[in-house]
Design a protein around this ligand. Structure first.
Ligand SMILES: CC(C)(COP(=O)(O)OP(=O)(O)OC[C@H]1O[C@@H](n2cnc3c(N)ncnc32)[C@H](O)[C@@H]1OP(=O)(O)O)[C@@H](O)C(=O)NCCC(=O)NCCS
Length: 387
């Protein structure tokens, strides 16, 4: 059976939505730009041999509509098939997983997994229109359906309360994310994964907008709750709203070997879980356990863990549920989405880039990427570094 391997990956820097650097970029153009740059890293791969371009996008409507995957295929003149998938925040973890599955099934040797989101451009429309919600599923419905439309901030408040995560603990975690991201930025860590992006004013963007150099526990403690009066989830312990794109080239090990392409990592296993929508933040626990079981591993075998930082309120109990101390150096050692940002559809592929970069930098062998997903899900993937 052919094994799926990652042969190249890269990402744009992450812009702050509405007030950051990438507001002038359409999401389809940005994704196409990143795909071109990442494909340039594997010149031995014939562009005509790509079996499918699978594009993860959280809200694939508006400028992200029209089957974005095929649009990106046309914009890059790859002219390969293209599809668009949403699993909200884990959309481009899903797209990488689909590429891995197709390869294991023997139905292709070269796939592009792309992730993109421009929250700024939601101003031109999205796929999620409030008036289109099913009235049968609205909160308090007589059939006892769970609140599938619950807002993410509300889920964070619920998880914080039920799991007894204090405001101070969340703020400390938020600070840790900022400090680690700033240190990684200053050490040039992210330069190895970032594809610099030209801006309309002639500048080139080569660093994430996000990390805050001048924050402190005192400043974080002074922020008002963002989602609920008297709550504890704030702009400082949540991920912000962002724009960005990333791409991963997934090949079969057999084709990569035949073309003399050195794989970066092997996709070992994945996991996928469902839980009550209001506890979605804890989705990483079961999803990761599934991936570990399928890999024949325990959490002790993992050298680096990336839990997507939707909210400190959910990363802290998710880490504990996996048997990792939230302050462990193995967890998000270069910061996470609280500091870097979380362009939903991009983040699965962005974390894959950061995880591989982290394994290469630290000499670690095995990494776990895991995310919570709106609507009540969790996803996970285990990667083994090969170079
Ligand atoms: C939390 C949220 C509502 C805050 O929105 P916002 O008020 O526009 O947030 P901003 O990031 O622009 O921060 C507002 C202000 O708070 C202050 N602030 C935010 N983070 C700070 C920090 N770490 N330290 C100090 N001040 C901070 C700043 O004054 C900031 O203004 P500035 O960016 O101009 O300096 C929004 O980011 C959000 O919805 N996040 C969650 C997104 C989400 O649900 N994702 C899916 C997860 S599953």
């Amino acid at each position: 059976m052919p094994e799926p391997v990652v042969v190249a990956c890269g990402r744009s820097p992450i812009g702050r939505a509405f007030k950051g650097s990438l507001t002038g970029w359409r999401p389809d153009d940005l994704a196409a730009f990143v795909v071109e740059e990442v494909l340039n890293r594997v010149p031995a791969l014939d562009r005509g041999s790509i079996d499918d371009l699978i594009c993860g996008c959280g809200l694939p409507g508006g400028e992200q509509g029209f089957n974005l995957g095929r649009i990106v295929s046309i914009l890059t003149r790859l002219n390969c098939p293209g599809t668009t998938v949403t699993r909200y925040c884990a959309s481009s973890l899903q797209s990488t997983r689909m590429a891995a599955h197709a390869i294991r099934a023997g139905e292709g040797d070269a796939f592009l997994s792309v992730g993109v989101e421009s929250t700024t451009r939601y101003l031109n429309g999205t796929s999620d229109i409030l008036s289109c919600r099913n009235p049968r599923l609205e909160p308090g419905n007589p059939d006892g359906y769970p609140d599938i439309y619950i807002q993410m901030g509300d889920t964070a408040e619920i998880v914080a309360e039920r799991e007894r995560v204090s405001r101070e603990e969340m703020d400390r975690f938020g600070l840790r994310s900022q400090e680690r991201a700033v240190a990684a930025q200053d050490a040039g860590f992210f330069e190895r994964e970032i594809v610099p992006v030209p801006l309309q004013d002639g500048r080139v963007m080569s660093a994430d907008d996000g990390p805050r150099r001048n924050t402190s526990l005192e400043k974080l403690a002074a922020l008002e709750p963002a989602f609920r009066e008297g709550g504890s989830v704030t702009a400082g312990n949540s991920c912000p709203l962002n724009d960005g794109a990333a791409a991963v080239v997934v090949m079969s090990d057999t084709r990569a070997r035949a073309l003399g392409i050195q794989p970066l990592a092997r996709i070992v296993s994945t996991g996928l879980s469902a839980l009550e929508p209001e506890r979605m933040g804890l989705g990483p626990i079961e999803a990761s356990q599934q991936a570990l079981t399928r890999a024949g591993m325990t959490i002790g075998d993992i050298d680096l863990v990336e839990i997507n930082e939707a909210f400190a309120a959910q990363v802290i109990p998710s880490a504990r549920g996996l048997g990792i101390d939230p302050s462990d150096d193995r967890l998000n050692p270069h910061g996470g989405s609280i500091a870097l940002g979380h362009p939903f559809g991009m983040t699965g592929a962005r974390i894959l880039c950061t995880l591989l970069n982290g394994l290469q930098t630290t000499g670690g062998q095995v990494g776990l990427e895991t995310m919570c997903v709106g609507g009540g899900m969790g996803m996970a993937m285990i990667l083994e570094r090969l170079v």
